[in-house]
Design a protein around this ligand. Structure first.
Ligand SMILES: NC(=O)c1ccc[n+]([C@@H]2O[C@H](COP(=O)([O-])OP(=O)(O)OC[C@H]3O[C@@H](n4cnc5c(N)ncnc54)[C@H](OP(=O)(O)O)[C@@H]3O)[C@@H](O)[C@H]2O)c1
Length: 238
């Protein structure tokens, strides 16, 4: 793993990864800690101290307040997300749609991250570059949807993208140097993707994806706030 050497953020400050227990989230923390570009790197999950749960806004508010006490929030990454578990699989066809499963996908992929934005964006460093990035997915792109299927995951990530775009517009009024973006990590070998990776698809290690994502975040400029980018920094259509 090559640690990213950040060049665009003011010295010091705090980096935070929400979802540090996930495949990509853990690799992001590892890279940030190895690089030393931030004075403090906070790794938050449902089992950290403080802990947060996407379905519990009070826990989100407490976690954000706690990390904001450690210094200026320069880089806050939301690496949470949900695709499947033993109770729920991505829908192949309309006949598979289930109201409770759809509500769960929206709660975890859109509403929880939106509540994170609600508490994180006003707490970002008041001047100089600061970034809030949430991990979305290319399949959340409406313009790029040629295959169908995965209704709940696609629709909840599309909703997340709209939250990001809308939050970025509000953020620009108060913190013109700050960014709010949606990033696609590429296909990454984690428990989330394992049942679905096919031969021929470029599957990255979490370490490779994390290094690429951090490089993208370092390279983004304020005029790119509100955008949706992949792990190579290329824009993805909404
Ligand atoms: N892997 C891929 O190929 C791929 C492709 C495109 C997009 N993405 C996106 O990239 C992001 C990271 O994916 P990943 O592959 O690293 O997935 P992962 O290994 O399954 O990690 C998911 C993370 O979300 C957290 N999470 C789930 N429910 C939560 C809740 N209620 N409260 C707090 N945290 C919760 C998990 O915490 P626990 O450990 O507590 O469950 C875990 O930290 C996701 O947004 C995913 O949609 C991944």
């Amino acid at each position: 793993m090559s640690a990213v050497e950040f060049s665009s953020f003011p010295q010091g400050g705090v980096a935070v990864v929400f979802g540090a227990s996930g495949g990509v989230g853990a690799a992001l923390v590892e890279n940030l800690r190895a690089g030393g570009g931030f004075a403090h790197v906070a790794a938050l999950s449902r089992r950290s101290d403080p802990a947060f749960d996407l379905t519990d806004e009070a826990s989100i508010a407490q976690a954000v307040a706690s990390v904001a006490q450690r210094g200026a929030l320069r880089l806050v990454i939301d690496a949470t997300g949900f695709l499947h578990d033993e109770a729920q699989a991505p829908e192949k066809a309309l006949r598979d749609l289930d109201a409770a499963n759809l509500a769960r996908a929206f709660a975890l992929n859109a509403i929880g991250p939106a509540l994170l934005m609600k508490h994180v964006l006003p707490a970002l460093a008041p001047s100089g570059k600061a970034v809030f990035a949430t991990l979305s997915a290319r399949v959340g792109s409406i313009g790029d949807n040629h295959l169908g299927g995965w209704y709940g995951y696609r629709a909840s990530k599309a909703a997340l993208n709209q939250f990001v775009r809308t939050g970025a517009i509000e953020l620009k009024r108060r913190r013109p140097a700050a960014l709010c973006v949606a990033l696609h990590p590429g296909t990454v070998r984690t428990q989330l993707s394992d049942p679905f990776t096919k031969d021929g698809l470029e599957v990255q290690t979490p370490q490779t994806s994390a290094a690429r994502l951090l490089g993208v975040m370092d390279g983004l400029t304020a005029d790119q706030s509100g955008g949706f980018f992949d792990h190579l920094g290329l824009p993805i259509p909404w």
